[in-house]
Design a protein around this ligand. Structure first.
Ligand code: ADP
Length: 687
């Protein structure tokens, strides 16, 4: 009996062991399969990234068609060229999408953290989409309530990309009604803010079963819509992943036939400007009345909120007749200002203005009109009706403020004067003398031809060594420097040119020409002493924008927006960086300070490494020496935060007290992290 039980148990044990062994084997197999799948996925993403990068290169050649456009062509040839260019644009968009997508998949997409102005960024972005909306008769509006901070730190390019995608889709899939971007404040801390972005439309909507799938790559709500609307189905996948990186999952609510609402949240830092109390030009508007007339309820609400925030007292009306009635009913003096929508059913903005001008009390009223993009404006009529300004919708708040203060003759403080085209700016430029260092024959030809036609003078060389020689010999306003070149690359050449500057030569701006523009690439360019970059293949407009911002005689065009340049408003946080003090110490030799700052950025990681090695080997004297050197260099460039943190480490070294070093080392790291962007900005602003 006993032996049977033992036999049974051992049989069971054997069975169990066999089973365990089987399980272990299958788990190993699963793990192997998973590893292989992960490897395959990484390989695929890398392959995609490389492929799209490689495809961009021959695109340089295709874009030569832009040069053809400027030559004498028959009508038929012109049509063909336009088809080539249009296809090139589409192909570039597609390649960029694939590149982004593969970067995200491979976990290689980095977000930037640079200061930007939210209202202007969104305003400019929507202006680029305004024509498309206007062509379909759609109202495009942007609502950012006053409590949402304006000076943020984050990645404006990627934010723009998400918004362009969502708003582009909303316009594409909406035939009547409106597309609205709504920003709300979700939460605010001392150093950061969380915003919610919502893009809503009154379009065809997305059926329930497709709503989940829509964020997957290559997914479209209805394959039949693709034929009608075009597109690849990559846009939303990218937008959703970017949103996820910025702070939250993208959500969708949609009712077929009624419209869609896409929502995402994003976290931003607050730029130092946000924390400072700014002198307000708006103060001069306080207490003045403004008449707001727009048939679109969303726009009315937005305009009302904006003028109320500036302290004005609004009288709001949905159409001309209601406006005239309201004016009649209002007691006291008539409003100083009217904000009129131009395209309104019934009485248009022009007709309303004409009626107002006929009334004795309203002759003096200042009128600012708002019209959709692409609508022809009637200059003569605007003059006759004494309209102060015609703004294109969706109106940017800063443009509206300028228009209103100009119309009312409100004085502007000097410190707010930038960005305003004064008469003195409106001179014509004799053009720049540009040195182009580029080894690729196609790109060289394109750049030379584009810039020459534009009235600049270009000298082209084929490598970094020749570039240095040219800069030594000649006088250039600007150097365009390819990064990868034979003999000597662009970074080494830039460093050498910067070294020339020290021996008395004037500092020439150097702009990188680069095929890949990751944050790391740009840092390398900056560290080498470059001032900005243009991504290849470059298009004429972008090249001109970047080049001509170095032209002091340039006529500033309001719609020009320098996208690919690193210039950002200075972060004036003196606890991090006191550039002004450093400048004073160097007899205001800005060129020298920039050199020293660039050197500091290159040198400090070595000192940190020395410091860490000293701590690891318990060498207090060496730790003190490294910290002391770091403090000295930081002091020269005005990096006050780093000076203090390094001093503490030096003190610990002197006392031979190594226990608090890790904590002091962390504090130093935090200071360096704060310093690096501030220093780079200061170097650019110094230009
Ligand atoms: P595509 O390049 O095809 O537009 P997206 O990823 O941007 O790719 O969009 C995927 C699909 O989602 C679209 O083809 C469309 O069917 C649907 N879609 C996106 N946005 C909207 C919207 N606002 N209204 C209706 N359908 C939409």
């Amino acid at each position: 009996m006993k032996s049977t039980a033992i036999a049974w148990r051992s049989k069971r044990t054997v069975k169990l062991e066999r089973r365990t062994e089987q399980l272990r084997k299958s788990r190993e197999e699963l793990e192997r399969a998973r590893d292989a799948a992960e490897q395959a996925s990484i390989a695929k993403s890398e392959f995609l990234a490389n492929m799209s990068h490689e495809i961009r290169t021959p695109m340089n050649g295709v874009i030569v068609a832009e040069l053809l456009e400027g030559t004498e062509l028959s009508e038929q040839q012109r049509r063909y060229v336009s088809i080539i260019l249009h296809s090139a644009d589409t192909l570039m968009d597609l390649i960029n999408d694939i590149l982004d997508f593969s970067k995200i998949e491979a976990g290689r997409l980095e977000l930037e953290a640079i200061p930007f102005v939210l209202r202007d960024t969104l305003g400019d972005t929507l202006q680029t989409l305004a024509k498309r909306a206007a062509d379909k008769g759609l109202e495009l509006a942007c609502h950012i309530p006053p409590e949402v901070p304006d000076h943020l730190v984050g990645d404006p390019t990627r934010l723009r990309q998400i918004i362009v995608n969502l708003v582009g889709n909303a316009i594409k899939f909406t035939e009547n009604g409106e597309v609205v971007v709504d920003v709300t404040l979700e939460g605010q801390k001392d150093d950061g803010t969380r915003l919610q972005f919502q893009v809503r439309d009154t379009g065809i909507g997305i059926p329930e079963p497709q709503q989940e799938r829509i964020f997957e790559a290559f997914a479209q709500a209805d394959t039949s819509t693709t034929r009608q609307y075009g597109g690849t189905g990559l846009g939303l996948a990218i937008a959703a992943q970017l949103a996820e990186k910025m702070g939250g999952r993208m959500q969708l609510e949609s009712t077929p036939g009624a419209g869609s609402v896409f929502t995402f949240a994003a976290d931003f830092g607050l730029a130092p400007e946000e924390k400072k109390a700014r002198p307000l030009r708006e103060a001069e508007l306080r207490g003045r009345q403004a008449l707001v007339v727009d048939d679109n309820a969303t726009n009315r609400q937005i305009l009302e909120e904006i003028v109320v925030n500036w302290g004005m007292i609004p009288i709001v009306a949905p159409d001309g007749v209601a406006a005239l009635n309201a004016l009649e009913r209002a007691s006291g003096a008539p409003p100083d200002l009217a904000l009129l929508d131009l395209m309104m059913p019934g009485m248009s903005g022009f007709e309303l203005a004409a009626c107002m001008r006929l009334r004795p009390g309203l002759k003096e009223m200042r009128i600012v009109m708002m019209s959709s993009a692409g609508r022809p404006s009637d200059e003569a009529l605007l003059r006759r009706l004494d309209v102060s300004r015609l703004l294109v919708k969706p109106v940017k708040q800063s443009d509206l403020l300028n228009a209103i203060t100009d119309a009312l003759g409100v004085s502007m403080r000097e410190d707010e004067g930038e960005g305003h085209a004064s008469a003195a700016h409106l001179r014509t430029s004799p053009g720049l003398t540009v040195l182009l260092a580029e080894d690729g024959a196609v790109n060289r030809q394109v750049a030379v031809d584009l810039l020459t036609k534009r009235g600049h003078r270009v000298v082209a060389v084929g490598n970094g060594q020749e570039a240095i020689e040219a800069v030594e010999r000649g006088n250039y306003d600007l150097v365009l420097m390819d990064v990868h070149m034979p003999v000597m690359d662009g970074l080494a050449a830039t460093a050498a040119i910067r070294a020339l500057a020290q021996s008395g030569k004037a500092r020439v701006p150097i702009v990188a020409l680069t095929a890949s523009a990751t944050a790391a690439d740009r840092e390398r360019c900056l560290a080498a002493g470059m001032d900005g970059y243009v991504t290849k293949p470059f298009r004429a407009a972008e090249l001109f924008r970047v080049v001509e911002q170095y032209d002091p005689m340039r006529v500033p065009l309001p719609e020009e927006q320098v996208t690919a340049v690193l210039t950002q408003p200075a972060a004036a946080d003196a606890s991090v960086l006191d550039w002004e003090r450093a400048l004073r110490n160097l007899d205001r030799n800005e060129a020298l300070l920039r050199e020293l700052a660039a050197m500091f950025l290159i040198e400090y990681p070595k000192l940190i490494a020395a410091l860490d090695a000293a701590y690891a080997s318990g060498d207090a004297a060496e730790l003190r020496r490294a910290a002391h050197t770091l403090k000295g260099s930081a002091d020269v460039v005005g990096a006050d935060g780093v000076v203090t943190a390094a001093q503490r480490l030096a003190d610990l070294g002197r006392e031979g007290n190594l226990a608090p070093v890790p904590e002091a080392r962390r504090a130093l790291k935090a200071e360096l992290d704060r310093l690096e962007p501030a220093l780079q900005r200061a170097m650019l602003d110094a230009e």
